[in-house]
Design a protein around this ligand. Sequence first.
Ligand code: NAD
Length: 274
Amino acid sequence: MSAKLLEGKRGIIFGALNKDSIAWKVAEQAHAHGAKFVLTNAPIAMRMGEINDLAAATGSEIIPADATSMEDLENLFTKSMEILGGPVDFVLHSIGMSVNVRKGKHYTDMNYDWTVKGFDVSAMSFHRVLQTAYKMDAINEWGSVLALTYMAAQRTFPDYNDMADNKAYLESIARSFGYHYGVKNKVRVNTISQSPTMTTAGSGVKGFDGFISYADKMSPLGNADADDCAAYCISLFSDLTRKVTMQNLYHDGGFSNVGVSDAVMDEFMKDKKE
Ligand SMILES: NC(=O)c1ccc[n+]([C@@H]2O[C@H](COP(=O)([O-])OP(=O)(O)OC[C@H]3O[C@@H](n4cnc5c(N)ncnc54)[C@H](O)[C@@H]3O)[C@@H](O)[C@H]2O)c1
């Protein structure tokens, strides 16, 4: 690696569940780039204990926090500032969960209690994180906050279910809070709209294998994988992107701007050629 882009920076990384998690790759790359950070996840997600391996490999401490609990979030920021020796420079929100998706409930037949739960975990938690940090002055000037999203917020992918609505709200928070945090403390807030990626959350979506290959065939550069996504996160935590804020940034190999690709057309024309 030529340059350490995060030397001297401190952060908090939400959402590393296992080696497939996008947050896991971000933690590995942030460590390689010289950052110090705290790892956090919902207490229930830590039962398998895999996060301990990541903590050991990156010299990080783990502070459990349910991202829907204001008490947990206040404790997380307080303890992180103690451990890291001051306010942080970056925060990764890599959290998503829909009970309707998990339980196979169709979008036209929602259980609204589950919808509310998924919305709180996947979207409102981002506002909770930002509001906690804002009130506690827990992010330094020119700090960078990122959340991960998917383009079902702009275009319909039927099996993405209520997560599409959660992502639309999440992206809106980046714009709205990004304004206030920029004015207050020059903190930037963005979302990255990532290609479909084989992770625990991703593979919960019905027909995910087909979904991944379709996106790959549609994208001139192919799908971005979790390591690619982590590299993009590092660039957005670094000082090289200080004036990027309130954006939804597509990281999808070009997928979002393609109408149809030759590779997908070939699939449709296969029968006709035979
Ligand atoms: N995998 C994909 O195809 C894909 C594509 C675009 C965006 N994303 C987004 O990337 C993010 C990370 O997902 P991933 O694909 O790495 O899967 P993942 O399952 O590894 O990560 C999801 C994380 O959310 C955490 N979480 C759930 N409830 C929580 C709570 N109450 N408090 C704190 N944390 C909680 C889980 O423990 C887990 O670590 C999500 O926002 C997801 O929607 C994923």
